[in-house]
Design a protein. Structure first.
Length: 291
């Protein structure tokens, strides 16, 4: 609607997005709603390539997912004098951060549309979140640990205990933070969680999207995956969107800007660990289900 109101055949628009998949979604949505003519004079760019464009060539710049702005983009924006439209569903929380400063300066928030409003208007689905808590396996040595001198197998419980000890023994600050991150990374791929997720997926008969933690995990969990190392990713996404396949796994590439028609259920792989004082150790797949 914005472009229909402000565009003329003599004006040029630059549409900027974080990833090429979002640019593809712009074209797809324009075709779906028969608005291709509005984008006749459109040029597309990722934020990474923004400074390669001449700001004098454009009358309108649309910054999709504008929370991706960085100080390095000033090279283009400081020399641009036309209209800017910033779009984001996740504006920066901290105005003093790099992204917060850039958004406030070049596309400050002037209009908000809440998720609840979009649900009431039937634009977004309302989802129920179901958390599945799993005990860590303390019997099977299913976790492979690589060291400088070789590798060995251990249980999920023992591996988790090891990283909890590392956290407790850390002197604090950065070393403790690193230990917590390593513990979380270890939990991301615990086999018990992957096994349970496969069972969940088999029980779902409708279209389902899995958000995996790693590319390797995405390939393990589903026959069809979408990530940067899979040459069939684009074809898999198109097949998933049009319903040719009803199960797809991905990593972060589908975390923003891509619309999936008729998606009613999904699984988000997640890792969580109680503090060392608790005897219960859990790791969690999260199921979201359309109401």
């Amino acid at each position: 609607m914005y472009l229909e109101k402000h565009m003329t055949p003599l004006k040029n628009v630059l549409i900027v997005a974080p990833k090429t998949s979002i640019i593809a979604e712009w074209r797809s949505q324009a075709h779906k709603f028969q608005k291709e003519k509005v984008l006749t004079n459109a040029t597309y760019s990722t934020y990474l390539s923004l400074n390669k464009h001449d700001p004098r060539e454009f009358d309108i710049v649309i910054l999709d997912e504008c929370h991706s702005l960085l100080f390095t983009h000033r090279e283009f924006l400081d020399n641009y004098t036309g209209k800017i439209l910033g779009l984001t569903g996740t504006p920066p929380k901290h105005s003093s951060s790099e992204k917060g400063i850039m958004v406030d300066e070049f596309c400050p928030v002037v209009f908000t549309y809440l998720t609840d409003d979009a649900i009431d208007a039937k634009i977004l689905n309302d989802y129920k979140i179901i958390v599945h808590e799993l005990r860590l396996d303390n019997k099977n040595k299913s976790v492979k640990v690589d060291t400088k001198s070789g590798s060995f197998a251990t249980t999920e419980q023992a591996n988790y205990n090891y990283w909890c000890n590392r956290v407790e023994m850390a002197s604090g600050g950065k070393s403790a933070q690193i230990a917590r991150v390593m513990r979380m990374k270890a939990m991301m791929t615990y086999p018990s969680k992957e096994k349970y997720t496969k069972l969940l997926l088999e029980s779902i008969k409708s279209k389902c999207l899995i958000f995996a933690n790693t590319q390797e995990q995405a390939d393990k969990l589903c026959k069809h995956s979408y990530h940067s190392q899979n040459p069939d990713s684009h074809d898999n996404l198109i097949a998933f969107k049009n319903g040719t396949i009803d199960k797809l796994s991905c990593v972060l590439q589908l975390s923003e800007g891509v619309n999936i028609p008729n998606l009613r259920q999904g699984i988000i792989m997640h890792a969580y660990g109680n503090e060392r004082k608790s005897a219960q150790r859990i790791n969690i797949p999260v199921l979201f289900k359309s109401l």
